[in-house]
Design a binder for this molecule. Structure first.
Ligand SMILES: Nc1ncnc2c1ncn2[C@@H]1O[C@H](COP(=O)(O)OP(=O)(O)OP(=O)(O)O)[C@@H](O)[C@H]1O
Length: 704
């Protein structure tokens, strides 16, 4: 038996925990013989589509399905599982179509679409407002957009209305209309949804379901194994129903070298990275893949996601690691276990001592603070082709601000050597020193290499990381696949991949459709970015043009308080209200720049009787508690409801991190603080609240 499962059916299995086992039972019986196994298959009265049926899942629930074909054996399309009466009502109105313009498989409720169109038809058109869809209805219909909707859509003057009018259309039509309303050309929409090559769309459901547009909502399952895997774990749309652009990027057979995928927060970069790693490991039974990200908690999450995507066997050939773990393994392999990493304060002290020990000229010494030196080490010293004084004297120091003549450079190199000696004699290490060592070892040492490396959160990796990763995979097709968002650079200084033999020019794409959050939250987050100028890993200006979301939700709330205590109480009361209203605690996070605010919120939530914990370094943590996290740790995570607290002047941006630095370090540090706030504000899927006490942060957008 062949089964086509819709995303809606898949999702409806997950609504009530008890349904999953019954759904499996139901599907097993369906595959044996629907007529004989007590499924009570019925045709509803007066159906809009004669092929529709309902069938028993248990006493209360029925499946809505289509008998798609009987040739050579039964094939069913599973549309939904619903409570008894609703199933009948839905079955009467659903229609299964193959789009005549492009062959996409579509299940819709025409009566509902008609009702919405009628409502929009009655609306007055604003005479002077420009239309958001500068096309003719025929042009839209030519793509495959529903004709009645197209007729009304071209009169509309806001994106919200376009989405409202399109709300009952198949997902690809909604997305394509949103793309067109936000500036994408007809030609680009045709290309990204693969709407061409369809001279004569086939009526064969098996052909239709393979179309890129159909695969946004349907999956064809041939055997029991596939079906079982689909039903295991939670419903997670990203595992199965990719946007055509995501599928194209992740499943392209060959990139002739390193590929770079940019895109704003929530545009699905991690999803593409996961599918790419899965594709590469499946492409060859011997391939070894490294899937690498910046932090350990993200690596732990990626590991869980890869298991969900591939199952245990294949996922074992994907090494999922934080980048500093990768570095450490290289060093460990040759030198044995390195010492414990020094803390930030201890490192600062070593830099100060190194300046003294190196005999730096008096006019230079005041410029060589720990922040400057650490930056110099990460961006210049770790980039050197050879770790030598000569190489440093000749090195390009673009963007470093402070100019150094030859004598001064020689003095800085002495500081670097003194620092490295001090680290070594301390018996401890630093992440930067490890990266420097690994970058030197990786070329010739007998370290474990990979066939493919996939990198997430690439914007935060520094020069040493890139040199190590470059050394871990031979140059060639499909060597490196790199995801990044320059606006989320919160750790390192900017780097240009080309300096490390990673040439992605001409091999890069930018994702712009937000899958995480609502248009309201997205607008707010983009307001936080403002006109901060940011560069990508090719060294070019990064843009937010075209960022959009098809979801809608509440406007972000902003609340100012007279004191920290009032602010913490507000956060606790709000969270308490959400939990009492049925929101799962694990779907809520409170984020703050400093540990003082985090601790205040933790205590206030505890007092309010809400289960709470700090977000763990090693993974997602307890499923029953609200998470408190620093903005740094929140990177890469997401929650249904987020409160960002402590968004006040002096904290966002954090004074001591930015103040007193010379340009361009000052601007770089301030830019990182802004990015950090953007990271925090882009974690909410549904509701975002931002609070402060006393004076609000200068990074808050002026309009919400
Ligand atoms: N095709 C899809 N179908 C359903 N959900 C999706 C799809 N693609 C992405 N998502 C969801 O959108 C959210 C954001 O995706 P993801 O984390 O991959 O974005 P990102 O670009 O890596 O974000 P960030 O840069 O903020 O970490 C996740 O919840 C993900 O599961």
């Amino acid at each position: 038996m062949g089964v086509i499962m819709s995303k809606e059916f898949h999702r409806s299995i997950d609504v009530d925990g008890s349904i999953k086992a019954k759904a499996w039972d139901f599907l097993t019986k369906l595959s044996q013989n629907a007529e004989l196994t007590g499924l009570d298959v019925k045709i509803p009265k007066g159906p809009a589509d004669k092929r529709v049926r309902t069938a028993r899942v248990d006493l209360n629930y029925r499946a809505v399905l289509f008998a798609v074909s009987d040739d050579p054996e039964p094939m069913w399309l599973l549309a939904a599982i619903r409570p008894h009466d609703q199933a009948y009502e839905e079955a009467q109105s659903l229609v299964l179509d193959i789009n005549p313009a492009n062959g996409a498989m579509e299940v819709t409720r025409p009566a509902k679409i008609d009702a919405t169109v009628t409502e929009y038809r009655k609306r007055a058109v604003e005479p002077d407002a420009p239309q958001v869809l500068p096309f003719t209805p025929d042009e839209l219909v030519g793509l495959g957009i529903n004709a009645e909707v197209a007729e009304q859509a071209v009169r509309l003057t806001s994106e919200d209305d376009v989405l409202g009018l399109a709300a009952d259309l198949p997902e690809w039509q909604q997305q394509a209309l949103l793309d067109l309303a936000t500036g994408t050309s007809l030609q680009d929409v045709r290309a990204s949804y693969e709407l061409d090559n369809t001279a004569a769309p086939s009526a064969d459901p098996l052909e239709a379901v393979q179309r890129a547009t159909s695969r946004m909502e349907f999956v064809y399952l041939e055997g029991d194994d596939e079906l079982r895997r689909m039903l295991e774990g939670d419903f997670a749309a990203w595992r199965t129903y990719l946007h055509p652009t995501q599928r194209d990027l992740a499943y392209r057979s060959t990139y002739n070298g390193p590929f770079r995928l940019a895109g704003g927060a929530g545009t699905g970069k991690t999803v593409v990275a996961l599918h790419r790693a899965a594709f590469l490991v499946r492409k060859s039974p011997t391939a070894r893949v490294l899937l690498c990200t910046f932090t350990r908690n993200l690596a732990a999450q990626l590991q869980l996601d890869i298991r969900g995507l591939l199952g245990a066997g294949e996922s074992e050939r994907i090494d999922v690691r934080g980048v500093d773990q990768v570095v450490r393994r290289v060093v460990e392999h040759v030198d044995g276990a390195p010492g414990q990493p020094l803390g930030e304060r201890e490192q600062d002290q070593l830099w100060d001592e190194a300046v003294h020990a190196a005999g730096v000229p008096a006019d230079l010494a005041p410029h060589l603070g720990p922040a400057f030196l650490a930056g110099e080490y990460r961006t210049v010293v770790l980039s050197l082709p050879e770790h030598t004084r000569d190489a440093y004297l000749k090195a390009k120091r673009t963007g470093r601000g402070l100019r150094l003549n030859r004598v001064q450079r020689a003095a800085v190199w002495r500081v670097v050597e003194a620092y490295e000696r001090a680290v070594e004699t301390s018996g401890r290490t630093t992440f930067d020193a490890l990266a420097a060592r690994a970058a030197r070892l990786v070329g010739d040492a007998d370290v474990e290499r990979y066939d493919h490396v996939v990198v997430d959160e690439g914007q935060d990796l520094h020069a040493g990381h890139w040199r190590v990763l470059r050394g871990l995979v031979a140059s060639g097709p499909n060597d490196l696949f790199i995801c990044e968002d320059g606006h989320q650079r919160i750790y390192g200084e900017r780097v240009v991949l080309g300096h490390f033999g990673i040439e992605t020019r001409g091999r890069s794409r930018r994702l712009t459709l937000n899958y995480r959050t609502t248009r309201q939250n997205l607008r707010f987050a983009m307001g936080v970015i403002g006109d901060e100028s940011v560069v990508d890993l090719d060294g070019d200006a990064e843009t937010v043009a075209g960022y959009r979301s098809a979801f809608t939700g509440p406007t972000p709330e902003l609340h100012g308080f007279a004191s920290d205590g009032e602010e913490a109480r507000f956060a606790a009361d709000t969270v308490r209200g959400w939990v009492d209203g049925g929101v799962s605690p694990a779907a809520i996070a409170v984020l703050a720049r400093r540990s003082a605010e985090q601790e205040r919120a933790r205590l206030a939530l505890k007092d309010a009787g809400v289960p709470v914990e700090l977000l763990q370094r090693d993974g997602p943590g307890n499923a029953d508690s609200v998470k408190i996290a620093s903005m740094h740790r929140a990177k890469g995570t997401e929650f249904s409801r987020v409160i960002v607290i402590g968004a006040e002047a002096g904290v966002v941006p954090l004074d001591w991190v930015v103040e007193g630095r010379p340009e361009p370090e000052y601007s770089a540090a301030r830019g990182r603080e802004r990015s950090l706030f953007y990271v925090a504000c882009s974690r909410a899927r549904d509701q975002l609240i931002v609070t402060w006490s006393r004076t609000p942060s200068p990074f808050l957008p002026t309009t919400v």
